[in-house]
Design a protein around this ligand. Structure first.
Ligand code: BG6
Length: 478
């Protein structure tokens, strides 16, 4: 056995972002509002993990008509106007890759048009060229929490089969336009995070469902079909674009070695693996079918659906990893948000634990299960940085990232095929969960506060030079 000593030469060091958290320019060139644009910033925001992402028909209308509150995701970090400067900073750090998402509402503002909006595509023509010309590989997410609102109000979101064709049309436009420059694609950000993100990733409204949980899985089934259809299109293309499935890592520890707890953690893990099982193995796992039938969840899986999934498995598994989760059988809930404290781990202000070994465990389990390439498309440490003398001394961030990179190294030594590492938010951006600016992840500080006040200017933090060195040494100098 040839023991791999370190990261492969072509390892994709980089960083990851999402259009709705960086671009701003929400009403330019025909762009419409998306599910993220109505996430309001509340000064008294609860920093703990909460389900913020829920709407009733009434609250949705109120948010859409609200002209007085501040909606940070409409402003982002102004990447739309500053992308050249940001890409230059990433190049200076030596990035080999940059994960961005394309905003569906720029390309098909209402979601249901038959022809794309050229002005929207023109923006990404320039951004993608800028990335490639600066020596980076763009990794593109097609949908990262910004569904055109019309798809929610007119069609009821992804539970509606009509939306399949709309998203496939959108995805096909992107593949045909950019496959010569974009090799790695992720149709859906974190497809498994349905309990936290029912509105922004599935477009579901609470009181528009008779059985909300059933609609969540109906919507997910439609997303699986879209993923497979896009793979079917991709495999006919000479550029051979790679279609990934992406999970938010939710690997669970049992709270104790009590067999009931161990068994419960396994069941919860299966609930997470379900999403990647369908996309990578091409069929629904039986325990999940049993769970559906015992929990009053019924939706149709046709023979044609089964064939499509079977014939078009995804090429790789992308995943985000921030923290591990612990469960106790007494919780007796399948909701990913229902977890217990882990007394062995420290956490940040938002309750997100620091657990590099959990990262190693997850990579190992994914690899053992699928034997398909893995890509770490998010990782990082959100913190309220102190900005002084035009910089931030973020040794806590360096410590977190260093330990996680060490964990990847261990996995690589085991033979795990790891394509790249793209820590979250290399240039500070708006938080997805809380819409704050002050939950920062970047190597670069952005001068905006939670209300969008500031110059928007960029400043290098201590972690900037550190990460540059890490990339230069291909992960040897940590
Ligand atoms: C991931 C999302 O779940 O976590 C990102 O894909 C998000 O969009 C990231 O920003 C960190 O979460 P938060 O709430 O700290 O922004």
């Amino acid at each position: 056995y040839d023991l791999k000593k370190g990261f492969p030469k072509n390892f994709l060091w980089g960083g990851a972002t999402a259009a709705c958290q960086i671009e701003g320019a929400y009403d330019i060139d025909g762009r419409s509002l998306s599910t993220s644009d109505i996430h309001c910033y509340h000064v008294d925001v609860d920093r703990k993990l909460t389900v913020e992402d829920e709407h009733t028909a009434e609250s949705l209308q109120a948010a859409m008509n609200d002209t007085t509150s501040y909606f940070p995701k409409r402003q982002g970090n102004d990447f739309y106007h500053r992308y050249k400067e940001d890409i230059a900073l990433m190049k200076e750090m030596g990035f080999k890759s940059f994960r961005l998402s394309i905003a569906w509402p720029r390309i098909f503002p209402q979601g249901d048009e038959l022809e794309p909006n050229e002005a929207g595509l023109a923006f990404y023509d320039q951004v993608i060229d800028e990335i490639v010309n600066n020596g980076m590989e763009p990794i593109v997410t097609m949908l990262h929490y910004d569904i055109p609102l019309n798809i929610v109000t007119k069609y009821g979101g992804f539970k509606n089969k009509a939306v399949i064709e709309m998203m496939v049309r959108y995805g096909k436009v992107l593949l045909e336009r950019y496959a010569d420059r974009v090799h790695y694609w992720i149709p859906f950000n974190q497809i498994n995070l349905i309990q936290y993100c029912g509105f922004k990733s599935l477009g579901l409204v609470l009181d528009q469902s008779e059985n909300f949980e059933e609609d969540q899985y109906r919507a997910i089934h439609n997303q699986f079909l879209i993923n497979a259809k896009l793979k079917e299109i991709a495999k006919e293309m000479p550029e051979n674009p790679q279609i990934g499935i992406m999970l938010a890592d939710c690997t669970f520890y049992p709270h104790t070695c009590k067999p009931e707890n161990v068994s419960f953690a396994m069941t919860r893990n299966r609930m997470q693996y379900f999403f990647s099982d369908v996309a990578l193995r091409g069929s629904y796992p039986r325990p999940m079918l049993r769970w559906f039938s015992e929990n009053n969840i019924h939706f149709e899986i046709t023979e044609e659906d089964e064939r499509l999934l079977q014939d078009n498995p995804s090429d790789y598994l992308a995943f985000s990893y921030y923290y591990s989760r612990t469960v106790d059988a007494s919780i007796n809930s399948m909701d990913a948000a229902d977890i217990t404290d882990n007394p062995y781990l420290k956490a940040n202000d938002w309750g997100w634990t620091i657990d590099p070994l959990g990262f190693y465990n997850s990579m190992s389990q994914y690899w053992d299960r699928y034997q398909k390439p893995l890509m770490v498309t998010e990782n990082g440490f959100g913190y309220q940085d102190v900005f002084e003398n035009e910089t931030v001394h973020d040794d806590y961030r360096i410590d977190y990232l260093r330990e996680h990179i060490k964990a990847m190294k261990e996995a690589v030594k085991d033979g795990v095929e790891l394509l790249g590492y793209l820590p979250w938010g290399p240039i500070d951006l708006v938080s997805s969960g809380t819409a704050e600016m002050s939950k920062r992840y970047g190597f670069v500080y952005v001068d905006y506060n939670d209300l969008g006040e500031g110059t928007g200017d960029r400043y290098k933090k201590d972690s900037f030079d550190w990460y540059k060195k890490v990339i230069e040494s291909n992960g040897e100098e940590l």
